[in-house]
Ligand binder design. Structure first.
Ligand code: DGP
Length: 115
């Protein structure tokens, strides 16, 4: 989608620190890391948010949550101690980039409730 920064990252039109890529997904380091490990996992296809997911995206979401995030958590060394997966959605959810993304955060103790 034109003017979507994450579409441009997925298309390699703007640089990022890529940590993973396959046909459906890319993962890259967050520009403003909030934890020692802070990676964003995004679909290559433009989907605005969790709310915009459709029936046809079930396989994509399951690929991200079942295959990609656990694999990355292990590779990045946070699987054993624990980590957090966050999909900020909409204005009050704190979503600033309108392209679906899953934050994978780890390497420190997380607090609850979130801010
Ligand atoms: P959210 O607030 O949930 O929409 O998270 C968006 C995240 O995206 C935020 O943590 C900062 C990150 N981000 C924004 N622009 C860029 C960029 O151009 N490159 C990278 N690597 N991260 C970005």
């Amino acid at each position: 989608m034109a003017d979507c920064i994450f579409c441009k990252i997925a298309a390699k039109e703007i640089p990022s620190s890529l940590v993973y890529e396959d046909e459906q997904v890319v993962a890259f380091k967050d520009l403003e890391p909030q934890a020692p490990v802070h990676v964003l996992v995004i679909p290559k296809k433009h989907v605005e948010s969790v709310l915009a997911l459709a029936e046809e995206d079930k396989g994509l979401v399951s690929h991200i949550l079942v295959d990609v995030i656990p694999k990355l958590a292990k590779e990045l060394g946070v699987a054993e101690r624990g980590f957090r997966v966050v999909a900020n959605t909409g204005e009050e959810g704190g979503q600033s980039v309108k392209h679906l993304h899953f934050h994978l955060l780890g390497g420190r103790s997380m607090q609850w409730p979130p801010g």
